[in-house]
Ligand binder design. Structure first.
Ligand code: SF4
Length: 463
């Protein structure tokens, strides 16, 4: 989870909006849209609550900690500033006995919207802080305002989800799947590449479902027809990225049979051989209780097939330990799966009930201590698999995207290979370059020879 405040250069007498962005990459893209619109209309953004004329808080409502953090932030903004607009997932949550949760907890907020609501947020801003007469439209960069470092960016391709996993309340907050028009997505991608982005991270709730809602309608881009379909999108993004020497990385992909086609694009070098597949469990009965999309029984075969099609593929996944009714035998099945599937990067949560999720009504809740203990056992197995796989990279030379390189990288820096997504995976720790004349810059690629594996990270010498 992320907390970000945003600041731009000061100017005289322009209305100032304080902005706090909490939550996942999908919430971050909502924040970027709002900030872009604010900037387009001539508003300034302020780092401090006290220095702003009004504050917008983009909230997260996924787990209890996130709800608490969001409510606390709204409270702080009210105390320090007094004029607060709330948007994001928590804004869509019902409180006890009905009504809006945020309004129940903080009745003095000016307005509350759900996620994906730039227009409503801007309407509330206009009402409480009239827009300046002379909008500085020209000051907005064509790619919009990015909250991520300039060399990587998230690209949201759809909003909402058609599934109804029993532990999740995202569909009740964000609604059913709505795919963005493919022409708009590709146009945004091109602007990002033109602005210097070297790694595009494709995000949504279910990337493999892209276009299902519009029946894979044919759209247009660059004067050519192109289908609103995952394969066509990834191929077009990959071809576009090649022109800018950039990477495309896919997140939140479900293991449907049609994903095999995407693996072939990876093998052809059109997108990174890295797949973020949130599997959550391996046992068919647990998956049924979770109401997970795609057939869980075939996941081992599916992953084996992906490795056949593209041997260098890195698979990242998240799992839940201690889901209601999980038996010791079902949990053992999960441990065996992680070993056999050789998941490169695995994360695990101890099951935590989310208010409003239907899983709360399932019988046989697993005691808290057992959930935690299973999570720890899972991570021990997953980390052993991951460490073994990282060890196999020692001696290899890899392409690394530089994220940090103080003093032109003369004393080393930090980067990531295709196997490391920003913020969730490990990094490549770069030693001083072999050649004294070699320099490194943030957002550029360098080749590096791996000399050791350390925990989740690699140690490498730029060559
Ligand atoms: S696929 Fe399941 S977990 Fe993911 S957003 Fe949809 S309902 Fe939630």
């Amino acid at each position: 989870m992320e907390t970000m405040t945003y600041d731009t250069a000061p100017a005289a007498k322009t209305p100032k909006v304080g902005f706090v962005s909490l939550g996942c990459p999908k919430a971050l893209t909502d924040s970027e849209l709002i900030l872009t619109q604010l900037s387009a209309e001539g508003y300034q953004t302020s780092k401090t609550f006290a220095g702003a004329d009004l504050v917008i808080v983009n909230t997260c409502g996924f787990i209890d900690d996130a709800v608490r953090e969001s409510l606390d932030t709204i409270g702080e903004a009210l105390a320090e500033n007094g004029k607060v607009i709330v948007t994001g997932c928590l804004g869509a949550r019902e409180g006890e006995g009905g009504g809006n949760l945020v309004r129940q907890m903080h009745p003095s907020v000016l307005a509350v919207t759900g996620p994906h609501a730039t227009h409503e947020v801007m309407t509330a801003v206009h009402e409480h802080l009239p827009k300046p007469h002379d909008p500085f439209v020209d000051l907005v960069p064509p790619q919009g305002i990015k909250l991520t470092p300039r060399h990587y960016a998230y690209l949201k391709i759809s909003e909402g989800c058609n599934h109804r996993c029993t532990f999740c309340i995202i569909p009740s907050m964000r609604g059913d799947l709505v795919s963005r028009p493919i022409g708009d997505v590709l146009t945004e991608a091109r602007k990002l590449f033109e602005s210097g982005v070297k790694e595009l991270l494709v995000v949504s709730q279910d990337t493999s479902a892209y276009g299902v809602d519009v029946k894979y309608r044919t759209g247009f881009w660059d004067g050519k027809p192109v289908k609103t379909r995952m394969f066509d999108l990834v191929r077009s993004l990959g071809e576009l990225a090649q022109g800018y020497g950039a990477w495309v990385r896919l997140h939140y992909v479900y293991p449907y049979p049609h994903v095999d086609e995407i693996i072939s694009l990876m093998a052809d070098g059109l997108c990174l051989p890295y797949l973020d597949v949130p599997l959550q469990h391996s046992h068919p009965d647990v998956l049924r209780r979770m109401k997970r999309p795609a057939s869980g029984e075939k996941n081992l075969e599916r992953i084996a097939r992906w490795r056949e099609l593209c041997p260098q593929i890195v698979v990242r996944s998240t799992f839940i330990a201690g889901f209601p009714g999980e038996t010791e035998a079902e949990f053992d099945h999960l441990l065996e799966f992680v070993r056999e599937a050789r998941i490169d990067r695995a994360g695990c949560f101890a099951y935590s009930p989310v208010p409003g999720a239907t899983a709360n009504e399932l019988p046989d809740a697993v005691p808290d201590a057992v959930r935690e203990e299973r999570r720890a056992r899972f991570m021990a197995v997953a980390e052993a698999v991951s460490a073994e796989k990282l060890q196999q990279r020692v001696g290899a030379t890899m392409q690394v995207l530089v994220d940090s390189a103080p003093g032109l990288g003369k004393k080393g820096g930090i980067g990531r290979s295709y196997a490391d997504a920003p913020e969730i995976d490990g990094v490549v720790r770069l030693l001083p370059p072999e050649k004294i004349s070699k320099t490194m810059k943030v957002g550029e690629f360098t080749k590096a020879r791996v000399v050791a594996a350390q925990g989740h990270d690699l140690l490498a010498v730029p060559v």
